[in-house]
Design a protein around this ligand. Sequence first.
Ligand SMILES: Cc1ncc(COP(=O)(O)O)c(C=O)c1O
Length: 348
Amino acid sequence: MKRFNPTAWARPSVLQLKPYSSARDEFAGTPDSLVFLDANENPFPTEYNRYPDPHQKQLKTIIAQQKGISTDQVLLGNGSDEVLDLLYRAFCVPGVDQVITMPPTYGMYQVLAQINDITCIEVPLNEDFSMNAPNVVGAITPKTKMVFVCSPNNPTGQLIEPKAVEFLLDSFEGIVVVDEAYIDFAQSPSWIQALNRYENLVICQTLSKAYGLASIRLGMLFAHPEIISLLKKIKPPYNINGLSQSVAEQRLLLTDQVTEEVAMICAQRNQLKVELSYISWVKEVFHSDANFLLVRVDDAGVRYRQLQDLGAVVRNRSGQMHCAETLRITVGTPQENMLLMEWMKNCS
Ligand SMILES: Cc1ncc(COP(=O)(O)O)c(C=O)c1O
């Protein structure tokens, strides 16, 4: 068991602060027999006149049960972006501390570092998009508070090898954040299984991808209960609105439907990978464990504009490390993918 003492790593001002206590904190649930005159709400029912549960108990119970963990290991945010931001604010001192990211990767780690005035040390992935574990460990300094591992990675689509992540977890005393936004599309198990072995492990997942709920903004963070307690101190009291809580609950219970959609997306991804390789101007289609494909083409700027003119919006990732002349293409419905292939074949 790798121990982690959040108190020793937290931003000192966060340790000292007394969290805001919301009106609803004092009541578990909203029994019909109680008259609520505590939160200055409009008493006339609109379905939405009451503040939502700040602890999202019902939703967390479903999530914890499905993930095989306890509710005190779960923090929910307004998208993963909010839980990532909370991590910065809980553990990093502005103007002093550092984090490590591994480009090419999800851009928000760097943006959030800048917003929070934290130095972001970039340790590039190898050219085959694998993690350079010795370089990452070598870049750790006494000021390093967190290392971000995105697996499956965006924009490469590939899982980071478990051995490299394990090496990092063993070598680094601070927080290792494994962002699993795309894990439902991969064959490998989630790192959730390792939570009881590593107290310094934090896992982020989201309902924006496999669960088809990008619009409701529901991000999930799984970690040791003491890390969760610290993050709960600084989260906005009502950060998950009532509509999002109830839509998330309903969708999470439709497990068969979600599983079926994910299987269809993965099958479409594999088919698209083969079909793309027959396009004359496509040079390489990278392996993907996610719901998108990174594709190297002859001229990404030209192909991006051609596809846009035809009606297909993809992402040009050429500016990213090791990603020269690449497009990132999300897997659509079978009809959308067919249309894309027709358009691509017609681009000369
Ligand atoms: C790796 C990764 N993490 C997190 C997110 C953001 O997720 P959310 O919609 O939950 O904020 C994205 C979105 O594209 C992503 O690619």
